[in-house]
Write a protein that binds this ligand. Structure first.
Ligand code: GRF
Length: 211
């Protein structure tokens, strides 16, 4: 069983999709061993507790500087001995030590079709505001491996979502979550856990695993 830790910052709807996937066995060979948030009072911690998953928070507010927070955060992640770390609506930049220590074992969901609308300043609702400002007709979501740069790692999966007349950022965010994020993130975790992903440079191939 693959030990999976999920990092969250807010509502946890992507976390919920993962929890539901494990329960429905659309995600197999995975044990959710921990949920870690950078915020103390968020719905995602409640979702973890309701699912019986150890949930902890490590808040930057409790440390005198960023380096001390990042050290404590990584120590907490290490305590779970994860085989895979999933960033699900996690809005803090990953400590570089962690990226190196868990190379090719950290994945992230981003609410756009990378390389569009990503990088510094593109997170949460802001992504959808920029999408509407630019007037694109198609947006979507991307699951990718986390590397040193922001939203630059090898792409695992993407799913397009139509932008509709009269969309507000909130309506569009919800559609992208429902029609893309909550589908491709659980699928990517299942693929990783069952050895279906092969990374060569910046390319991720989905390989058929004969049972
Ligand atoms: C989602 O749009 C996610 O892609 C972004 O944060 C939003 C909330 O995610 N990173 P969640 O509900 O906390 O999973």
């Amino acid at each position: 069983m693959l030990r999976v830790v999920v990092l969250v910052s807010g509502g946890g709807t992507n976390l919920q999709a993962i929890i539901d996937g494990v329960k429905k066995k659309t995600i197999t060979n995975v044990e959710l061993v921990g949920v870690l948030s950078n915020n103390k009072t968020v719905k995602s911690l409640e979702r973890a507790q309701n699912a019986g998953i150890p949930a902890v928070s490590v808040s930057p507010k409790d440390f005198e500087d960023r380096a001390a927070f990042q050290k404590a955060f990584l120590e907490k992640v290490d305590e779970f001995s994860p085989d895979l770390i999933v960033l699900a609506g996690f809005l803090v930049s990953v400590p570089q030590d962690m990226v190196h220590k868990y190379s090719n074992r950290i994945i992230n969901i981003h609410p756009s079709l990378i390389p569009s609308f990503c990088g510094v300043g593109y997170y949460g609702l802001k992504v959808h505001e920029r999408v509407l400002e630019r007037g694109v007709k198609v947006t979507g979501a991307t699951v990718h491996f986390v590397t040193e740069g922001m939203d630059e790692g090898p792409i695992i999966a993407q799913k397009p979502v139509a932008v509709e007349e009269g969309d507000t950022p909130e309506v569009l965010q919800r559609r992208v979550m429902e029609q893309a994020e909550w589908i491709i993130l659980p699928q990517a975790i299942d693929d990783f856990a069952n050895g279906r992903l092969a990374v060569t440079g910046n390319t991720v191939r989905h390989i058929k695993v004969t049972d």
